[in-house]
Design a protein around this ligand. Sequence first.
Ligand SMILES: [Zn+2]
Length: 149
Amino acid sequence: MTKSQSKEDMIAKIVAAYASRPDVAADDIVALLARLRREMGDESAAPSTSEAHAAEPVAEPAVPIDKAMTKDKVYCLCCGKGFKMLKRHLGAEHGLSEAEYRAMFGLPEDMPLVAPSYSKKKADYAKSAGFGKYARTGRPAADNDAKVS
Ligand SMILES: [Zn+2]
């Protein structure tokens, strides 16, 4: 896109420079243009842009992703072991940050890496984050009370 655009730009400049010469015929300009297009096109066509594969996944998970979480455990997709929370394990065992882990397996950002029961225990006043809807049973913050679900 930007690549081919700048290529076209370059061709246009070359052709314009060539065309400004007093001794060139229209046919020469057309021929030059065709030749430039062909040659510059060939050049960029050969190495198929590796950028197109940038968003490609991912590692094969050790556990099917839809089975990677139970109420009490979340399973590591790298090794299949179950934990209450993955963060520490990922860093210690695999040298991965949560973000790297998510990227590795193409996990959505809102997928919790903490077992639901564990995060519930840790924050029993607010229902576990990322586990379905946020249901605030406690005091409604500020003027959220207009919202009824
Ligand atoms: Zn693991």
